[in-house]
Design a protein around this ligand. Structure first.
Ligand code: XIL
Length: 449
């Protein structure tokens, strides 16, 4: 397991400092009446709150009692992995996967499929294969399993953990990767053909802030979207230590801005002074990103966790609610953030000049994320620059799909290489996160980069 190496620990500790601001912000105006369970409160904003569950535990009354009461989505912790569903080549076993599916159906819950292709928990027969034989076995596996569950799965993790840790932003070496770099897109195409209604996700860990690994995934998703490879969502496992990256929300947002849903797929947080705050910070981030469709925690009670001894979940060993549970519930009940569109968004402008820009804000106490839509005028543009004035005391802390010069006062944002050329009337979006309050004046837009 590469998850808990020393370098990751260090990164989390460093990130903990930045995480304080996010974790400390509260006070989102709730519009709906507070709901009393995780699933019901998430559902108020159209989201789900799920848990990874194990077929072998469904006979435990405490476990199943919490599951039925609190959650409206389930993920099989192991039961739909390759070693479980195809233990010998061409022989498929769905008994335990079907138990999870039926549990989900009985609850009226969404079922996340996890995972069609992953370099871990490959059956032994596949581990010893390579080349074209392995590639065709992989595609057959995707097709068979996605076909068996066709129409029943909300979202599939089609490919899990295909990127390397560290600074390369490159693919991880594996026998899957060595069948050719196009294995991921081939898997997505096979999954789409087998189950056209399931959302198809790429899922990974250590992608919880803007870093080399998440940017590698981001570039792949951008490439897939530009070439029509069928990808619908990106899963952020979010196995967290003692800190939350300060750019956790803006990282989710930059993926969402590519036109995919984002989901928190395997959340667990090491027990410690910050556990409840980090859980709340993750929940608030998802609530603030309109394409963040739901959160899944990786187990129910601490005693169910794969992170033995770290007590990283929302319920203690006896099934009692922990402080982290309450902080998540409160964050869900606080609603989806205060969306305060700038005056220009209420009446969409007809671009008469070279281009125009509108801003929408998701704000919380002490910070905001701004999504800026740039629309080309009747002549189209080849490069654009947007000017935005921040209130005094506010500052830009990170930007995606644009570059900024300056971070306070009047800040200028310019296109990046792939979104500068817009045909007449065409639009693109970029975003930034800031501290303080967001811009309220109408932005300026000019052509030429
Ligand atoms: C873990 C399970 O929780 C364990 O029971 C199993 O022994 C190993 O796998 N990333 C993933 C999950 O995508 O499938 C892993 O689940 C945790 C890390």
């Amino acid at each position: 397991m590469p998850l808990f190496g020393t370098s990751r620990r260090t990164a989390l500790l460093v990130a903990a400092v930045a995480g304080v601001t996010v974790a400390a912000g509260v006070a989102l105006a709730g519009t709906a009446e507070a709901a009393g369970t995780l699933g019901a409160s998430a559902a108020q904003s159209g989201r789900y709150f799920g848990a990874a569950i194990a077929a072998g535990k469904l006979g435990d009354a405490t476990y199943t009692g919490i599951l039925n009461r609190e959650f409206n989505a389930v993920t099989p912790e192991n039961e739909m992995k390759w070693d479980a569903t195809e233990p010998s080549q061409g022989r498929f076993t769905y008994t335990n996967g079907d138990r999870i599916l039926n549990q989900g159906i009985s609850m009226g819950a969404k079922v996340r499929g996890h995972a069609l292709l992953w370099y871990q928990q490959e059956p032994g027969w596949a581990q010893s294969m390579s080349g074209t034989a392995l590639r065709s076995a992989m595609m057959n596996h995707v097709t068979q399993v996605a076909t068996h569950y066709q129409g029943k799965i909300y979202a599939w993790d089609v490919v899990n953990e295909a990127f390397a840790d560290g600074g390369s932003g490159a693919r991880r070496d594996s026998n899957l990767q060595r069948t050719g770099n196009d294995w991921i897109e081939a898997a997505f195409r096979a999954a789409r053909a087998a189950d056209p209604n399931a959302k198809l996700c790429y899922n990974d860990y250590n992608t919880d802030g803007v870093n080399a690994k998440s940017t590698g995934v981001y570039n792949m998703v951008r490439d897939f979207k530009s070439r029509g490879v069928p990808i619908d969502c990106v899963g952020f496992q979010s196995h967290l230590g003692t800190g939350l990256p300060g750019d956790y929300q803006s990282n989710l947002q930059r993926f969402a801005d590519l036109g995919v849903d984002v989901q928190i797929t395997e959340l667990d947080v090491a027990q410690g002074g910050n556990q409840a705050n980090i859980y709340a910070g993750v929940t608030r981030a998802c609530m603030a990103v309109s394409r963040c469709t739901g959160i899944t925690v990786w187990g129910i009670r601490d005693s169910d966790s794969w992170r033995t001894g770290e007590n990283p979940l929302l319920f203690d060993n006896s099934g009692n609610k922990k402080a982290a549970y309450t902080s998540v519930l409160n964050a869900l009940n606080a609603g989806g953030g205060t969306t305060s569109p700038s005056p220009s968004t209420s009446t969409p402008p007809v671009p008469t000049g070279a281009c125009s820009a509108t801003v929408s804000l998701n704000s919380w106490n002490g910070g905001f994320v701004a999504t800026v839509r740039v629309t080309a005028g009747s002549a189209g543009v080849n490069g654009w620059a947007v000017g935005l004035t921040l209130p005094s005391g506010s500052a830009v802390t990170s930007t995606w799909s644009a570059t900024n010069s300056g971070s306070t006062g009047t800040v200028s944002f310019r296109n990046v290489d792939y979104n500068g050329t817009l045909a007449a009337g065409a639009a693109t979006e970029f975003g930034f996160q800031g501290t303080g309050t967001g811009p309220t004046a109408t932005p300026t837009c000019s052509a030429g980069s």
